[in-house]
Design a protein around this ligand. Structure first.
Ligand SMILES: [Zn+2]
Length: 53
């Protein structure tokens, strides 16, 4: 079973300004996912942290 999760930029002043959506396997790790993604607002690669959709 797959679940849609939202990743929000941790570098932006306004949380959730830059967001990515992806699907995660529910059976995989339950801890918060952090992925480095390019943020067009920060203009660099920043950690994007999982948050509730
Ligand atoms: Zn950002």
């Amino acid at each position: 079973m797959r679940e849609i999760i939202k990743l929000g930029c941790t570098g932006c002043e306004i949380p959730g300004k830059s967001t990515y959506f992806l699907t995660k396997n529910k059976k995989s790790k339950s801890e918060k996912l952090i992925t480095k993604k390019f943020c067009k607002f920060c203009k660099k690669h920043v950690d994007h942290k999982e948050s509730k959709v």
